[in-house]
Design a protein around this ligand. Sequence first.
Ligand code: LMR
Length: 394
Amino acid sequence: MLSNLTPQPADKIIELMKLFREDPRTAKVDLGVGVYKDATGHTPVMRAVKAAEKQLWEQETTKTYVALAGDPAFADAMRQLILGDAAPAARVAGAATPGGTGAVHMAFELAKMAKPDVRVRVSSPTWPNHLSILRHRGIAFAEYRYFHEATRGVDFDAMMADLADVGPGDLVLLHGCCHNPTGANLTEAQWGAVADLLERTGAVPMIDMAYQGFGDGLDADAYGTRLLAARLPEVLIAASCSKNFGVYRERTGLLLAIAADQATRDIAQGSMAHLNRQNFSFPPDHGARLVTMILNDPALRADWQAELEEVRLGMLGLRQSLADELRQRTNSDRFDFVARHRGMFSRLGATPEQVMAMRASHGIYMVGDSRINIAGLNATTVPILAEAIVKAGV
Ligand code: LMR
């Protein structure tokens, strides 16, 4: 049986982590996988997470199963973090999942269960694993244009033109904030136009919310999601706590499904629990419990928000210094987009050959499409990256 298996393509982002580790050079810069790193290159456990873990260790008396959809307190705390009061709680189903990727997977499964011939629209480009999961699940998808290569901003006219023919029950995958891999985001007015289009056509948004708090702040980053939640009858949201709580390996995510009425919400809630059971049974609890404790305890929450804000401002500072450095070295404003982008990523616009040249000459590791993780930089490596970009002729 196993001899029928054929080799699977390596995930480009995960493969890059391995290549970086294996590079024997000491002077090398990891701008690959989307993991936050401080100025020393370390990914710290956030202060509030450490404090909550201590409390949990002292207070937790059992490790027995919780519930197929996880602890409702987690879903409720996360619903409030993401949606505020944009949609009544009675219309929102929520289920914990193994990480944000688990939530993406479960969102596709739920959509397919509700509409076996569902078609998904995804931005071009998008996080490669979106496409990979869709292929794996045998779900039809088509891309809509999103990124304008010349301006390095959103090609909104093209996006709207490509989405003009969506119909009722089509799923439109949107990045809630901090678009991965480009760093280019919709403006508030553009979110409004997207809401108009979805309202008019009956297509359902599926929002991937993996970086809330990394762009313009916790509330500002949820602007588009809240707008759609307030205006549309149905919205799916796949949320990750990996980045904004720094709990990557705990696999902490959540699927929210906003339904048109409470009766439909109740059926969606049961369906999500059922799908969890079929896929992995109970979702991981440890990370979700820490997140719930932090969000529900004023002191822990204040400390978490303060640290998250330090992280966000640090990334903005790095964006500005890279843009300044490149302005000075190229005597042009060609790279000012780096300061305008938001979140962990920017797509630089280098060719695959230039990406490889930067790896060879300066030990800089970025994804093959020239996506850089801004958080992988520090004051010392910003000039090194700028030098490599100029030398490679980007
Ligand atoms: C990324 O895009 O680098 C992150 O979302 C991590 C991952 O799993 O790919």
